[in-house]
Design a protein around this ligand. Structure first.
Ligand code: AMP
Ligand code: MG
Length: 476
């Protein structure tokens, strides 16, 4: 069955050579039911929400012009290289050009097996689908680059994990689903033709200004580095921990992708790790920038033959670039934290001042989000009693009016983040009672994270000790 949308699909990735993807159809499911449709995003994509039915949401029906494919990619998972991963439970249905002229992928996550599924069932459970929907849309509302959620639907079928769980499909929207691991897939096969086509596709699609650069592939590396530095700094400023920063979960467009065991930190502790499978703390909060650099070094390796015909020269240039990452990141980190404490001027001592603030939060085990929000609202933060005079002194040399500073700080220090204990509670209500009210309520509040909402105090509060979540599980 196909449905005709007003908008034309333009599936540029499907037109690339067959080394890069395989055609695959979603596997129909028994009894699809819609959970929600993101009407605002549908409008941005020029898709009539009326066409976004449960059948379309699970892949039982296709919109005319869709050409479903599974994309090939490789990746380093927790440091170990896997030469073939690929879309094992996701199917790229097609691409549209949105209202702003940007190309966007529409992908079904959980729509059945593909040639890349290995031993997996190609399916997704309801919990991870709701988590990704809520957290990705919350990230977007916070202003952090991310894949989006267009719709969610249950399949009426069960999936078998440690428990038997209801199945669901998420419709994910991304600038593209091209990852560092996509480059690795061709590099390890020494398929230079596909590698070059991929790099050219990424440049045309995400970094069109580079097409005329003297060395476009080196410029590509620079641009992806910038995008990743900026992204990870935004995560750190929001207290977000991605949890699985594998190279296959690192988008070259600079969007946050693959919401598995991700979580927002409550009490500030830079060593925080949530993922149940991250035993060494590889993807701990404070390790995210070094890991981004490590992932970028893997990207740089794939680009070597394109950067210079002389491998030694290419290695020298690329190494120099990768070594520049900490400086680029620190600049982004500083710029963001300056705003969080209301500064518009720059002084050498600012990095130290910010570090002292973070140290004080850590000592007091204070809530990261609420401490900054209280500062923004001019409230006393007991954990910051001895830090506050240092800050006040610094503010005397910053020219903003108190009101402008308050507005700036309120615009970057959210009142609402998707608190883990509430995410878990929301998922339990849906799974155990088929009750989606908590999902809808939370989603509604999180769409305006920078405005206090009367009656929503519970969603801003830090968890009580007994409510605290220490472990999250991968969304497979
Ligand atoms: P992820 O942990 O979601 O980043 O996925 C890592 C790899 O495992 C990717 O190649 C996925 O496509 C694959 N994968 C994860 N879950 C499943 C599943 N249920 N069925 C098939 N493949 C899966
Ligand atoms: Mg992944």
């Amino acid at each position: 069955m196909t449905v005709t949308p007003a908008v034309a699909f333009d599936n540029s990735y499907a037109r690339l050579p067959g080394t890069m993807h395989v055609s695959v159809s979603p596997t129909p499911v028994e009894a699809p039911r819609l959970i929600t449709v993101n009407a605002a995003l549908a409008a941005e994509l020029r898709l009539d929400p009326a066409l976004l039915t449960a059948d379309v949401g699970v892949g039982n029906a296709l919109l005319e012009g869709m050409t479903p494919i599974a994309q090939a990619y490789a990746g380093h998972q927790f440091g170990n290289f896997v030469p073939q991963l690929g879309d094992g439970r996701a199917i790229l249905m097609g691409e549209v050009i949105d209202l702003h002229g940007r190309r966007r992928d529409i992908q079904l996550k959980g729509a059945g097996p593909t040639p890349f599924s290995r031993r997996g069932d190609g399916r997704a459970a309801l919990g991870p689908v709701l988590r990704e929907y809520l957290v990705s849309e919350s990230m977007h509302a916070l202003g952090i680059p991310t894949t989006r959620a267009l719709m969610a639907a249950t399949t009426g079928e069960r999936v078998y994990r440690e428990q038997v769980l209801p199945g669901a499909v998420l419709t994910r929207v991304a600038a593209s689903h091209i990852r560092v691991g996509t480059f690795q897939f061709f590099a390890v096969r020494r398929d230079l033709d596909s590698l070059r086509l991929l790099a050219d596709h990424v440049i045309a699609r995400h970094y069109p200004a580079l097409a005329g650069a003297a060395n476009p592939y080196l410029a590509l590396l620079d641009s992806v580095m910038q995008a990743q530095a900026s992204l990870v700094a935004r995560w750190v400023q929001a207290g977000f921990i991605h949890g699985v920063m594998n190279t296959d979960n690192t988008s070259v467009s600079g969007e946050t992708i693959d919401y598995g065991p991700c979580a927002f930190m409550d009490a500030y502790d830079p060593a925080t790790v949530f993922s149940s499978i991250d035993q060494g703390g590889r993807y701990a909060y404070d390790n995210q920038a070094p890991i981004a650099q490590w992932n970028l070094a893997r990207l740089a390796e794939t680009l070597l033959p394109l950067i210079d015909a002389d491998r030694d020269v290419a290695i020298r240039i690329a190494t120099e670039r990768i070594e520049g990452f900490p400086a680029i990141y620190t600049q982004q980190w500083l710029a963001g934290f300056r705003k969080k404490i209301g500064l518009v001027t720059e002084e050498d001592g600012d990095a130290l001042l910010i570090q002292q603030l973070l140290d004080a939060l850590q000592m007091a085990r204070a809530d990261f989000t609420n401490s900054f929000r209280q500062l923004a609202n001019g409230e006393t933060v007991s954990a910051l009693a001895s830090w506050s005079p240092l800050w006040q002194d610094r503010l005397t040399r910053d020219p903003q009016s108190a009101e402008d500073r308050r507005l700036l700080m309120r615009s970057v220090n959210p009142a609402y983040i998707p608190r883990n204990h509430l995410v878990e509670e929301m998922i339990a209500a849906a799974i155990q009672h088929g009750d989606y009210t908590p999902f809808e309520t939370m989603l509604h509040i999180l769409m305006n994270p920078y405005e206090e909402q009367p009656g929503a105090e519970r969603y801003a509060a830090a968890p009580a000790p007994a409510e605290q979540v220490y472990r999250t599980f991968c969304g497979t």
